[in-house]
Write a protein that binds this ligand. Structure first.
Ligand code: SF4
Ligand code: SF4
Length: 100
């Protein structure tokens, strides 16, 4: 069990099901498609709990930031320097998770 498995009495999946999104105009994660084409792991596709990365037959990935949980997992596992540029969304934007 991880700390996220029993967060306020809900498991991770139930907690994430309460999430809503106030999408910022500017993407808080930008993916460099050129870097992705040489990536052999496509670890972002596997790790993203929101399934926001889709592997393309061309070798690249398709990414959509709008339903991002801001967990940072993709940034941590990416093995290509500079492929992911991360910053938090502008104030008040992004994921909203109900507490209690
Ligand atoms: S792990 Fe990084 S380099 Fe590989 S496909 Fe994902 S974002 Fe691109
Ligand atoms: S921060 Fe988390 S939810 Fe957002 S794209 Fe990366 S892995 Fe997916």
């Amino acid at each position: 069990m991880t700390p996220l498995d029993d967060f306020d009495g809900l498991d991770f999946e139930d907690r994430m099901a309460t999430a809503t999104f106030d999408v910022a105009g500017d993407a808080h994660i930008v993916v460099d498609g050129d870097a992705c084409e040489g990536c052999t792991t496509k670890a972002c596709v596997t790790v993203c709990p929101a399934s926001l990365f889709v592997e393309l037959s061309s070798g690249g990935v398709l990414f959509n930031y709008e339903q991002c949980f801001e967990c940072g997992s993709c940034y941590l596992v990416c093995n290509e320097a500079g492929a992911i540029t991360w910053r938090y969304p502008e104030g008040g934007k992004g994921v909203i998770v109900r507490r209690g």
